[in-house]
Structure formats: C-alpha cells, structure tokens
Design a protein around this ligand. Structure first.
Ligand SMILES: Cc1cc2nc3c(=O)[nH]c(=O)nc-3n(C[C@H](O)[C@H](O)[C@H](O)COP(=O)(O)O)c2cc1C
Length: 114
C-alpha cells in the first residue's frame, strides 16, 4: 500500500527509503485520494507532530494504518506514542513501533506488514 510519511530530521525518510516502497512526503500528499499507511515520527513528550495533526484533519478519509518512529530515550510511556494517539483517534491499527530509522530486522518486519 502507499505510504505517506512525515520526517523532520531524516530518520523516517531513511526508513521509508530502505523499504523501497511507494511513498509520498506528507508535504506533497494533501488531497490524497487513495488508501495509505501513515509513517510518522513522535514529537514533544509523546505528541503527534503538528504537521501530521494538520494533515490528518483534512486527509483522514483514506488513512488505513499507522507506523510510528520514536526513540527509547523519551521513556517507555512516550515511546512512539504519536502512533498510539493516531490509532486511537482515527480507529486504525498501529502496525509497528520503530526506533529511529530501524534495524535490518525492523525493515524486514515492516516490509511484510505493508
Ligand atoms: C524534540 C523531540 C522530541 C521527541 N519526542 C519523542 C517522544 O516523545 N517519544 C519518542 O518515542 N520519540 C521522540 N523523539 C524522537 C523522534 O521521534 C525519533 O528520533 C524519530 O525517528 C525522528 O524522525 P525524523 O528524523 O524522521 O524526524 C523526539 C525527538 C525530538 C527531536
């Protein structure tokens, strides 16, 4: 399925590139008319990035699932929490939580899921 991704410092973009998937940067995806999986980083203290909030408010119709990137340094409770919030808010599955741009094992697992 198509991926729409948000990346501020490059980890999510690197992850998506390693997947060799059909992917669109969130900045180029407004008005998307096909089903997609969102791949997002986590911001603040377990927050959904503002750009992702804004995008989903307008483009939730074709959202089918979410994958979240985060970093363990932000604590167990906040790890990849953006994905949990989006899954709860939009009633879609959180497919995977990945640290930064993922290990080879993560990439293999995510490739199977999408
Ligand atoms: C200001 C800031 C806040 C962050 N807060 C969290 C957080 O609450 N939970 C988490 O799991 N990761 C957090 N992270 C880590 C990023 O989500 C993670 O490194 C991600 O891979 C970044 O993706 P990007 O490089 O594509 O922007 C934070 C990073 C920054 C810079």
């Amino acid at each position: 399925m198509k991926l729409v991704y948000a990346s501020r410092t490059g980890n999510v973009e690197s992850l998506v590139n390693k997947l060799n998937a059909d992917a669109l940067n969130i900045n180029d995806a407004d008005g998307i008319a096909e089903d997609y999986i969102l791949v997002t980083y986590t911001d603040g203290a377990g927050e959904v990035p503002f750009e992702v909030d804004e995008f989903l408010a307008k483009n939730q119709a074709h959202l089918k699932a979410v994958i979240a990137s985060g970093n363990m340094a932000y604590g167990d409770d906040n790890f990849c929490k953006a994905g949990e919030i989006i899954a709860d808010s939009y009633g879609v599955p959180l497919l995977y939580k990945v640290e930064d741009d993922g290990t080879d094992e993560d990439i293999a697992k995510i490739a199977e899921l999408i």
